[in-house]
Write a protein that binds this ligand. Structure first.
Ligand code: PAN
Ligand code: ZN
Length: 191
C-alpha cells in the first residue's frame, strides 16, 4: 500500500506542510565564512537564522527519492553572502536536482575528483543538476529569501565532515554590487 504521495508547499511559512523542519543559525556555520572577524562580530550581536529545510523522507529503498524545501534568508557576513553549510553525499555517486521557486542566488559546486568549481544560478525559474561527487552549497545573492526544492536519492546520505574540515575552495562575495566567485585563499589575503 502506498503511503502519502502528495504534499502542500506552505510558501507563506516556508515549509512543506506537516514535514519536519531543520533550522540553521549563524552559530551553526562556524568556520564557513572566510572573514572570521566579521563572523565573530555578527555573532556577538545575536544568532540570526540563516536557513530552514523541511524534508519528506518517505521510502528508504534503493529506488526511492527524498526531497526538501529550503528557505535561505538574505544577508552577508563581511562581503560573503549567506549560504548553507554544504555537503557531499555519503554515497558519492548520488546526484540531486534543485528547483528554484523564489528569490535569486546560486549553487557553488566543487568536484571532489577533479577540483572543478562552478557557480550555477538558482532562483525562480531555474533548475540545477548537481552531479555525483559534487560538493554543493546554496547561496542567496538577492534581497529576499531564496526558496528551492532539492530532490535526491533516498540512500544518498549527507556527509558534512569533508566540507567542515577543508571548506570549499571558492567563496561567493559581493563586489561593486555584483556576486562574484573568488578563491577563498585570495579572499583571506585581502583582509
Ligand atoms: C538540500 C540541503 C539544503 C541545506 O536539501 O540539505 O540545501 O543545506 P545543508 O544540508 O548543506 O545544510 C540537499 O542538498 N540535500 O541533499
Ligand atoms: Zn545534497
Amino acid at each position: 500500500m502506498w503511503g502519502e504521495l502528495g504534499a502542500r508547499l506552505d510558501l507563506e511559512r516556508g515549509v512543506i506542510a506537516g514535514a519536519p523542519v531543520v533550522r540553521r543559525g549563524l552559530s551553526d556555520l562556524r568556520g564557513c565564512f572566510a572573514d572570521a572577524a566579521a563572523y565573530d562580530a555578527a555573532l556577538a550581536l545575536g544568532d540570526p537564522p540563516l536557513y530552514t529545510v523541511s524534508s519528506v523522507e518517505a521510502g528508504g529503498g534503493g529506488g526511492d527519492l527524498h526531497y526538501g524545501l529550503g528557505v535561505l534568508y538574505p544577508g552577508r557576513i563581511g562581503d560573503e553572502y549567506f549560504m548553507t553549510k554544504g555537503h557531499l553525499h555519503s554515497r558519492r555517486e548520488a546526484a540531486e536536482v534543485y528547483i528554484g521557486l523564489r528569490g535569486e542566488g546560486c549553487m557553488l559546486l566543487e568536484d571532489e575528483m577533479t577540483g572543478e568549481c562552478r557557480i550555477e544560478p538558482l532562483g525562480a525559474g531555474r533548475v540545477v543538476y548537481v552531479p555525483g561527487h559534487a560538493a554543493h552549497r546554496t547561496i542567496n545573492t538577492g534581497d529576499v529569501a531564496l526558496v528551492y526544492i532539492g530532490v535526491y536519492p533516498a540512500d544518498a546520505g549527507h556527509d558534512y565532515g569533508a566540507i567542515a574540515e577543508r571548506n570549499f575552495r571558492m567563496a561567493v562575495v559581493e563586489r561593486e554590487g555584483r556576486a562574484v566567485m573568488v578563491a577563498r585563499d585570495e579572499r583571506n589575503i585581502q583582509q
